[in-house]
Ligand binder design. Sequence first.
Ligand code: BGC
Length: 698
Amino acid sequence: MNASLAPDERAEMVLKEMTLDEKIRLLHGMGMPGWPREVQNPQPELGNGGAGFVLGVPRLGIPMIQMSDAAYGVRSSAENGRYSTAMPASVGAAASWDTEAACVYGTVIGKELRAQGFNMTLGGGVNLTREPRNGRTFEYLGEDPVLAGTLVGNLMKCEQAQHVIGDIKHYALNDQESGRNEVDAIISKRAARESDLLAFEIGVGIAQPGAVMCSYNAVNGDFGCENKYLLTEVLKKDWGFKGFVISDWGGTHSTVKASAAGLDNEEPLDEFFGAKLKAAVEGGKVSTAELDEHVRRVLRAEFASGIIDFPTQKGVVDVVGDLEAARKVEEQSAVLLKNANALLPLDRAAVKSIAVIGPHANEGMMSGSGSAQVDAPGRPSAGWMAQVWFPPSPLSALQKKFPSASVQFDAGANPASAAELAKKSDVAIVFAYQWMSEGMDLADLSLPVKQDEIISAVAAANPKTIVVLETGTAVTMPWLDKVGAVLEAWYAGSQGAYAVANILTGDANPSAKLPMTFPKSEADLPHPQLVKPGPGQTGDDAVMRTGEAKPTFSVKYDEGLKVGYKWYDAEKKAVLFPFGYGLSYTTFAYSGLKVAAGRETTVSFTVRNTGGRDGAEIAEVYAALPEAAGEPPKRLVGWSKVWLKAGESKEVSASVPAKYLSVFDESADGWKLTPGTYTFRVGGSSGDLPLTQTAELK
Ligand code: BGC
């Protein structure tokens, strides 16, 4: 209990005192309510109503680990009679490009976890958007490894600072839900290291999380949770990860192989890391040194995160403070995609009538489902994979903003009647959604339930039509030319309606930029057809229960390095909206690019607010590598979010670590800088980079 000693030392002292049974106890879970299998949770009363728990060692002061899913807020609060704030979906946090907003995001979740009696989060999803139809895209942070890794790192660093064991997941290449338990992701080492794995590398480096969750899928033949290359060679050795590897729920498939590969903790039960692990240790198939290494990692994470020095104490969640934080993050996360003739912000003095249209615009704002689901206040749990709408409704938020205007609602069930209302209103606002969940992928990127038809009809009746999108990924917009404005609000969280109303009226000036490309159509994706398991290959049950699992089909990531904008750039495909794109109610100009090459390359330039409002600009820095590097045309290497008063200008600089300019050399098994001419390009979107400067790097 001497807190002045290093976590490693303290872990070692405890380890020395432990019996074999006590050690085994730390390496597996004790069940999850409702977990579908024969052997049920042996001591459910000891759980805290979360996704799982690990027994402690009371005689040595080692507490239980109580885990909860917490992607955008603490899960399962309704069943437990508690309250959780829903932050905007992680993809929205990524759209803020804001490390401070990410920190606030993590802090809110960390505090609410502890107030509810949890001391470990299962948040921190950072799988790259390689496949935008992936049903969990809303839980992740977009398509660029530097952006996604930096934000998940800051988010988890701040979450863990609240004394919960942090987690980053699902390691790795769990980039689609279709057949996730048995798909084998095939990819070259170089492509993996420079894309999906780079996001994890950066995130793990910044957050130093207590845990990394290995994924269900296989990678190049071996399941994520028994993949020695991923778990030991890359994560633990190369990146120096000091925490423990926890399996995704039911993602463990063996004892000896998984232990040797570097899995430290099986969840949610003890099929492989309970009695079987004990027998393997006693039979000499798993060495004591290997066993001790697993235990040491769990103990170290407990000391390092502070769950031992700061035991959880249940309390009342700071509802008001956290709602305020959720609103501010959403105001920085909603991306203004179109604003013809400065239709927005709406002038409160001039607008006398508003048509609010959309299937649920009188109910609330959409949220993402699956294990990420946060329960909406005032309602019971909606159950697995149900659509949940968070109050307040955008209709009521707009009625509050426009107390003297006529704000009327039409669900859009009949496009003609919606168009009628739009026609007699000054402006029409359509709230359109696309629901996503863990456990499924989207069939396509179109809005469901005939919303394209509704939007087209409304826009034909009133060109002052504003579309607010509540989606977890990219969408196609066949009506784009006909509408006046488009705001991508993502899944906007507990205060989404107020944040959107603030943006629509200019009380908040949008600054977010897309963390993923919006393609024109699915035909332009690297894999126009989603790769799905064949007949008889969807046996989740077989995989999760028996452990005799093998990947049954594969997805070949032959686009390799070309994820997201790197693909569209290299293939010269025009897109609907490029990565990094987003408008503001003011305008910005760039000048004076200077590049100082060195161990870290510093890129500096001036950004001026040339419009009439205060605002923030996300200034993006890309690099084109020398031809010999064999890379896609450009990659994001840094950015700076600059807050500028109307007319103000600032010199900003971004420092670019050598790794961000390097390529992964498979033969040397390391990162290498290709000597030659590097072109740095700076601007407000990957599609609009007015400043260019070259530099020679050796
Ligand atoms: C999900 C994880 C989640 C776990 C526990 C799994 O199905 O893939 O993200 O943390 O369940 O709920």
